[in-house]
Structures are given as structure tokens and as C-alpha cells.
Design a protein. Sequence first.
Length: 593
Amino acid sequence: MFFSPFLENAGSVCVKNLIAQLALITSLVMTSFAAQSADVSSTAESQFLPVEQAYQLTLKTNQQQLSLHWQIHDGYYLYRERIGIKQFNNGELQKFDLAMPKGKLKHDPNIGDTQVFYHQLIAQTTLSNTQPLTVKVSSQGCADAGLCYPPHHQWFSIEPSTGQITAIDKPKPEGQASPNTSSNETKGMLTPPTWSALKLLSMATFAFVGGLILNLMPCVFPVLALKGLSLVESADISVKQRRIHGLVYTAGVVTSFVAVAGLLLILRAAGQQLGWGYQLQSPWFVAAMVYLFFVVGLSFSGVIELGAQFAGAGQSLTEKSGMTGSFFTGVLAVLVASPCTAPFMGASLGFALSQPMIVALTVFVALGLGMATPFLLLSWLPGIARLLPRPGRWMVTMKEVLAFPMYLTAIWLLWVLGRQSGVNAAMLVLIGCLLIVIALYFWPRERWQRGISVMSALLAAVILSSAMLNATASTTVDTSDVTTYRQGLLEELQQDQQPIFLNVTADWCITCLANERVALSSATVKQRFDELGVRYVKADWTNQDDKITQLLADYQRSGVPLYVYFPGGSAKPIVLPQLLSVDTLLAIFSKSS
């Protein structure tokens, strides 16, 4: 088959990432509140000086001798190894040797032992002649309080014969496009997609395959597995009833995807910049999802029985209301799949959301059909159903075991909420979970005790409207090896001709976090980054950010993760797969170096 090489590779990486995702959620849960205490407060960044004030640079020249004098503000320092000067000549940069004193030895948690300068630094270089020249001075520093600035570049025009030095903007090589005539291609971005019948068919196929793979995601799989168990347990129902359940489940999945697509297209037409998984940028939605997974876990554990209206499990499958259960199981599957972007999904969804409504809806329907296909096949092909184990006690045990991923997902979402709104918001939602337990405990008792149940449920609902759940400003700050994305940053870094690795991620994206744990945190990859001098740029989409949404749209993506490698120089950027491995990254680095 045409797609077999892709599926084989995607399957291997997907299994590895699935295992990593399960382990990752556990790891995140264990460190969530510790991470909260280590976060920089949302107002901290405003306390830091602008880079020009923190490191004031003055140049002086005496014929062929050029002196660089930095006055460094108290509490700030410069890295010795990040200081340099180059001459701009006919579009080329030629490095000068720079004489500097030894710096103070400092242990940096990211780069180890290094030399830094506090208070002031005087460095000198010798000019080759007394002709006018243009130089670029580069430096990078940090504040003791924790903020590290990206590399800072300053340009100067020097007249050695007169000693006149003037700060200037970066000169442009001859023939370079001006900002007014720049296009998506000159920025390294992809041109807006156009569609044809063949293009639509290929994107719909990619969406279908992506939908299939979504079933393997750790939040979706327990729901699908339990629905499959319900077919096994009710093996005595007619073939016709089983097929109807499969169609109703498929209708629930497809309807949910179409509803999401329609809402996205309507909001985008109104000027909103939204993408796949945008609802998880709302702390209120995340809090509601914590409740949802917590209650589903209680149901799987046998603490409560939600019946077919929610999970469509057990003997109630043969009842009339079981159809409702099948439909809403499909809705639930789509709901819990929203933090994930499977292979093949990114390009197809990005294409869909940039096209007319009929094209977009076609791609989303294909995505829904792909996600619903495994259960649909199970319900329509009796031969597959006969291969499943016979009903027995093991099904009850299996159902109870599947409760644990639900609890784990609820705790992970609580961690996401803590990252978005702070530890107090997470604690408030925990209290809401306790109120839900109280409501469930008193509901089956005497009528007067149901008042306690209703009151507890109402209080849990009121928590979702608390102002404490408001999203706080992003607390991401630069470190010496990670630069926080901001508008215009990529263009600035590309001017240095250095390789750049762009990682667009979010705390609620399981695939993103698994990729960082499996591939990007690998010692081998980090070493390769250092060898190539790669600038690592991270764009955090955990909370709504129109600039990052536009960045995704520039690369025809509607959700995270997005990985783009800029090899440097005039080479075009490379959009990487959504599931990463160490081998994949090393292969791309080798091809482009």
C-alpha cells in the first residue's frame, strides 16, 4: 500500500510515545505541586530591566584600536563565551579576535561551569585598517533573579580616522527584500494552501489515518475498550442491534467533530484565532474535565453506576436507552481526544481550517470516521466479535482497572489547571471533587438527605464559575538554552545565520510532553544541538495567545505540537513529524548540516 511505509514508521514511534505518555502523566503528577512552588510569579518579568539598560555598551576607537566597555547593572552578569564582534563586509560577517580579562567562575545549571562578568567589562580588538567599517557586537547575559535574555546584537558604524562611532540598524545585503515586500516564503513560512479534488482526497485520507491512531491515546483507549467490553458482555443481542450501536457510536463521534469544526470556522470568521484543542486553554473547561474524568473513574470503579446514558456499558446495552449511551460514548471519546494530535492530523487540520466550510467539514468528517472505524468494524463484522474472549468475571476486573487511567488523567488535568491559574485554583477544584463525592454519597439515601446531595452538587458547579480560575499570565522565562517565543524573534535569530529549533507546545498536550521526554530531552539530541549551535525556541500555547495561534497558522497547523527546524543560512525550514524520536531528529540534522 502507498501508506504502508508511513504507517509502519508511525506505528513504531506511536507505541513508544504511548508508553512514554502514560509514564509522563505519572511523572507530571508526582512533581506538579513542587513545580508550582518553583514557578516565577506572573509579575516577575516586569521587574527586570530592558537589556539595553542592564548592559550599557560604549565603544571607543583610537586609530586601529577599538575598545568595548560594558557597564553592567547590579544583579546582572554577562557570559564571557557569548561575547563577540564581527565586521560586516559585502554581506559577509568576519569575526574579530577580542581580548577580554578572565571572568568570575560561575556554575550555571544549564551549561555547567562558565565565566561571567559582573559590574563592568572592558574588551579590546585591533582593526585591520583605518577605513570606515560596520561592526556587529553580540552578547548575552542573565539576572541573578532568574531571567536570561536572548542573544543581543548591536550594530555600529565606525570612522577610525575621526573616532566617530554611531549606533545603526542592521544593514541589509544588496538585493534583499524589504519588510514591505517580504512574503511568507522569505520568512521561511509555507504559502497558503490551495485545494483541489486530489488535494482534498489526500488530506481526508491523512485525517482518517490520524483518527485511527487517536484510539491509541491513553485518555481515549479506556473509553473505547470499555465500549468494546460492553459488546462482549452483550454477545447474545442480535446482529442488527449490534450494528445499530456501531452506527450510533459513529454518529456521536462524527457529529462531535463536525460541531467542533463548525464552531472553529464560525469563530475564525468572527476574527478569533483558534485551533485544535483551543478549549483546553480555558481553565473553566479544564476544571470541568477534571470533574468528568473523576466521575468516570468512580463509575469504572463501581462506586456509582452511571448507566448507558454515559458509558453505554453492561446489560443496559440491550435496552432502548443504550443507543443514547452509544452516542454519548462517541461524544466523550472526542472530548477526551482534544489534548492529542495524532500523526497525519496536523497537516490535514491546518489545511481544513484555511479552506471553505465544505472542504473543512469534509476533512473533519474523515477524521471522525477514522476514529470510529475500530468500534464500527467490531459491531458490523461478527467474525471479529467471535474472536473476543467470552464474558466472565475478568470483564469486571478489566473495567475496574480502566478506572486508574481515568483518575490519572484527572490528576494530570489538575496539574494543567495549576499551571494555568495557580495552585489555589487546583486546590479549589479538588474541593469540588470532594463535593461531588458527598453528592453521590447522599443521593441514594432518604429523601431529606438528597437535599445535602443537591447542595453539594450546586457548590461544585459554583466552583467552576470562580474568578480564582482565571488564567494567569505565562510564567515562561528565558534560560541560557531555551528562548521564549515572541513576535519577530525568529526573523531576528535568522539574521545570525544560526540553526534554530522551534517547539510550539502546551502543558495540556500529552503528545508534546511525551516528545520532550522521549526525544528533545535526550542527551544525544542536546549534544547535537550544542555541536550545531542550535538556538532552541519554545512557544507555549497552554493559555490563549493570538501570536502563537498565528504562528501555527503560518505553518498550516491548527494545533500543537509543531516542530520546525531552520538549518541556517539560505536553507528552507523543515517541518518535522508530530511524533519525534531521537533517530528522526538526528537524521534531519545530518541531512541539513
